[in-house]
Each structure stands twice: as C-alpha cells, then as structure tokens.
Design a protein around this ligand. Sequence first.
Ligand SMILES: Nc1ncnc2c1ncn2[C@@H]1O[C@H](COP(=O)(O)OP(=O)(O)OP(=O)(O)O)[C@@H](O)[C@H]1O
Ligand SMILES: [Mg+2]
Length: 509
Amino acid sequence: MLSRVVSGGVFGVDAYRVDVEVDVARGLPSFSVVGLPDGAVKESRDRVRAAIKNSGFAFPQYRVTVNLAPADVKKEGAAFDLPVALALLAADPDAAFSPDKTLLVAGELSLDGRVRPIKGALVLAAKARELGLAGVILPAENCAEASLVRGIDIYKASSLAQVVTDIKGGLLPLYEEGPKKVEEDCFSTDFAEVKGQGHAKRALEVAAAGGHNLLMVGPPGSGKTMLARRVTTILPKMGWEESVESSCIYSVAGLLTSERPYIYERPFRAPHHSVSDAGLVGGGVSPKPGEVTLAHNGVLFLDELPEFKRKVLELLRQPLEDGVVTIARASGSALFPARVMLVGAMNPCPCGYLGDERVHCTCSPTAVERYRSRISGPLLDRFDIRVEVGAVRYDELSSSADNETPSSTMRARVELARGIQSERFTSRGFFTNARMEPADIRKFCRLDASSSALLEHAMEVMHLSARGYTRTLKVARTIADLGGSKGVGREHLLEALQLRGPLGEDGNL
Ligand SMILES: Nc1ncnc2c1ncn2[C@@H]1O[C@H](COP(=O)(O)OP(=O)(O)OP(=O)(O)O)[C@@H](O)[C@H]1O
Ligand SMILES: [Mg+2]
C-alpha cells in the first residue's frame, strides 16, 4: 500500500517541498530510503524503526521503500523522521488512519518516540503558506518561531504516539499563542558609560545614521571595543519585515529557541579573528549562513582587524558591496542576505602606540608596514569613516559627573536622520546614504561653489581618490541629514573630510 506525507527541506534561507512517499509491499522485510538522502536521512531508518516500536506500534513486517521526491535534490538533516514514520504507519495495510495531505510535517524523532526540535521551522512554515497548505505539524519547541508566519495553522508535535492518536481522533493540538508581543529593546550597555571620546561617539552616530562602515584606530585600552559593543544601542529599532528576515536566518542556523523564538533586536556579531572562510561568509556542502549573514540588519564587528587572515577578509569584499552572499553548489546557488554595518577596530602598529603622545612606539617601519599590509587597500576603502580613538584623559575617566550623552538621545537623532533617508529613497526599501549610486550622489549631494572649491582643494592636499571623493560626499549627506539640513553645506563637508580619519588612501597614517 502506498501513502504520502508532505514535508520540506531547507536550502540556504529558503525551503522547498518534499513529498515523502512510502510503499509497503509483500516480500522479505526490508527498509530502504531513496531520493538522494544524506547520511542523517539514511540514519533516520534506525531512528524511525526504534521510535515506532517504542511508541507502542508494530513495525510493518514487509518490504518498505521510502522515496523523498523530487529525487534530484540532495536531502539532509533529521527533519524527515516524523513524516517518514507517519507515512510508514499509514501505509501499513492494518493501520486505520491517513495523514492530512494539506499539512506539512517535519520533526526529528528520538529513539523513544519523542519529537525533537529542527532547524528552519520558520522557513518551512513560510513555504507551507506559499504552497497554499492549510497548516504545519512541527516539534513543540519550534511552534513559537513558526508563529511568526501569519495565516497558517500550526500544530504541536510532542511525540509520535501523540501525533498518531491526535490525527486518528481529528484533534491535533493547535498552537494558538501567536507571536509574542515584541518587547522594547532593553540593552545592558549604554554609551553614557564611555567617558570622553566625543569625536569617536560622533563618528559612530554618523555611521549609524547613514549605515556607513566604520574603522576605529587607536592605542590599547582606549575604548575601541567598548564603543563598538554599544553601536546596536543607537541603531534604529528593527521593523517587522527586518525582524522576519533575520529570524529566518537564525531559524535555518538553528539559533532560535523557544525562549527567544525570533530576532527583534539588531544582531551584533563579533567573530574571533581565527574565524574560517566558511565561518565568516558561509559555506559547506549544503550551504550554511556565516557570520556576515547572521549580522544581516545589524553590526558585524571585526576586532583586531589585522589579526584576521587576509584571505578571509578579502571574501568580505563582494558581500559588503552587494549586501548578499552567493554560494554556488552543484545543486544550485544559495543566496544569503548580508546587509551589515561593518565596524572594525585596530591598533595603529604592532605595539599599539604609534602616534601616541605618552608612550614611545617601539615598532620598526617595516613592522608597521607589514602590520598594515594585512588589510588590503580595497577592503580599507569600504570603510566610509575612519576615526582615531586616542587614549582617554585622566580627568575625563575619573570624573564622576553624569554628563555623557546616553544611547537613547543618540538613537533618537539617528532615527530622525534615517526617517529623512527613507523618505528620500521611498521606492527602494531599506536604503541608506551609504548605498547611494553615482546618480544619487549627483542628485542629492549637490555642492555650492565654495564647497565645491573646498573639496577640490582637499582632493589635492589629501590625495583623495575618486572613491574617497564619493565617500566623503555620502558621509557629508548623512551629516546634513543629522542636522536636518536640506542641502549639503560647507560645514557638513568639512566634518566629513575630518571623519576620513587617520588612514590615508594608501593606508598610511
Ligand atoms: N572612554 C572610556 N570610558 C570608560 N572606560 C574606558 C574607556 N576606555 C577604556 N575604558 C576601560 O578600559 C577597558 C578596555 O577598553 P577596550 O577593551 O575597549 O580597549 P581597546 O581600545 O579595545 O583596546 P585594545 O586595542 O587592546 O583592544 C574597558 O573595558 C573599560 O573598562
Ligand atoms: Mg579591543
């Protein structure tokens, strides 16, 4: 007898439909799985057999063939356990039940028949809705994340025995809690804790307002890491669509839990400098998201930038430009979103004190050169803002006065500037000044005669490249937006030139 259960597989951050077909025929008892299963799917035979027996059902003593259709796509993971078990029980001539074909089923089974959580439940639920199915049966732990998808019924599966009993009785338990109310962001850190560093804070505010990448250069202990860790506290609150996008990524990466079923705070990812290629940009036989994708809609922080392997950093160049990582595999290309604000931090030289007034730098010019050359020019070029973070003065540090601007004030200003940008680029979704094309720059960054002369002079004196020129204009546009100014004026341009910071075009101080 033949039976079929609808399920789904995950590829990249998308899901696709998989029909689990089971045929039970007379012959020597056997159990085979066809349809390009990977190791975990093949092993599912043993799990399914044990789970069926331990749930109090009889394993059919027939020739059992499981087909995962379409057969030309490689299936991976353990999420097919539950649909296979259900189809198998339904295919048994003695069984008196048939699973609903309008429900998508996914779940891993443990040997005792309990249903375990899976990766990608959210994208599977979204696919089910796209396919016009009535609902999904998902592991109980995954129901909260799946409830982000509206307009589809979500049924809880706790164990194989429960699911079978409930299908027979026509009473599957519906998950009705719906998405939890998105809580207000509550950060444990605040910019008010950082003493002094007004210049760096202003640079971070400008960067956050225009979505610009920012590099901080300074001696050890000046607060670079401390500043970077607070960037998300001033970024605009996440919108619903952004939240769903990020939650899908975390769902396929298996990073959502029933306590934290979706992402409503902008992600902050700070990978260690020993990170591998695949760890940073994603990869693997069946592609998995990397740090740059996990940081989508948020901040990717690369601390101690020159310590990263140069080859790994170079991989970031294309995603930073396009906002997406494409990983090509024989089975197709996976697209991972990667629109991030990149924040980098580094010392000016190996000992860290080059240019410091108080501590003498002990590095030879060749050592400094070698240190700097670990970051390529093109990557350096992607930092719109480069700011020097000097050592904090004693009086600033020891001051008990509570006069530092809190994150909430900075965030309010950033949100205003972002509001102006979303009006300006209405038709383009989440668009920021940092992503302006040459045509936009011509249109929105017009300079008057005196500013234009100033920029021309700066190009000569500062040896600005064409890229440096457009970058300065973009930053000036953001500064004008922060000031609520319609046009880009001389003072905005001057500040933008100042924010080009200590590193020149060639990476020299
Ligand atoms: N501006 C500041 N206000 C208050 N505390 C500070 C400030 N700067 C540094 N500190 C203190 O010094 C510690 C070290 O700062 P942080 O790790 O940010 O330095 P860093 O610039 O990243 O140094 P390194 O180059 O060695 O990585 C912080 O945890 C904090 O306690
Ligand atoms: Mg640091």
